[in-house]
Design a protein around this ligand. Structure first.
Ligand code: FEO
Length: 131
């Protein structure tokens, strides 16, 4: 069983739009966790993974625009983190669509850990640069 995750003030970046997007990412992640824990239909699990990945792309784009606007000095490193994640997860999603892979608990655990680590460390690093 993978445990649900929760947003907390400790990971607030003091920007409503980004905090709301992080909250929504957590909500979508929890949907995926719930479907996986309930051993839901594999199409439903793939659908929730797809929704999470699509929203993650939107969030990364918005966050990068904001960091660019406030001249965040580590923007390139941050973008690289985002790109690596998207590349890894997109490849995995393609394999799922091609039926070369299934959405396993290991993959979901990887996603959850990456998101928790990224929002609680990398994202918090830019907090004081936001206008
Ligand atoms: Fe909120 Fe860098 O992702």
């Amino acid at each position: 069983m993978i445990k649900n995750i929760a947003w907390s003030e400790a990971i607030s970046v003091n920007n409503k739009k980004i905090d709301d997007q992080h909250k929504h990412l957590i909500e979508l992640t929890n949907n995926l966790i719930d479907h996986s824990n309930e051993k839901a239909d594999s199409a439903l699990i793939s659908e929730s993974l797809d929704e999470l990945v699509k929203y993650t792309r939107t969030h990364f784009r918005d966050e990068e625009q904001l960091l660019e606007a406030c001249n965040y000095p580590k923007l390139n490193d941050h973008k690289e983190e985002h790109e690596l994640f998207i590349l890894k997860v997109s490849n995995f999603c393609m394999d799922v669509m091609d039926k070369k892979a299934t959405v396993t608990q290991e993959i979901i655990t990887f996603l959850v850990e990456w998101l928790l680590n990224h929002t609680s460390k990398d994202d918090l690093d830019y907090k004081h640069y936001l206008a």
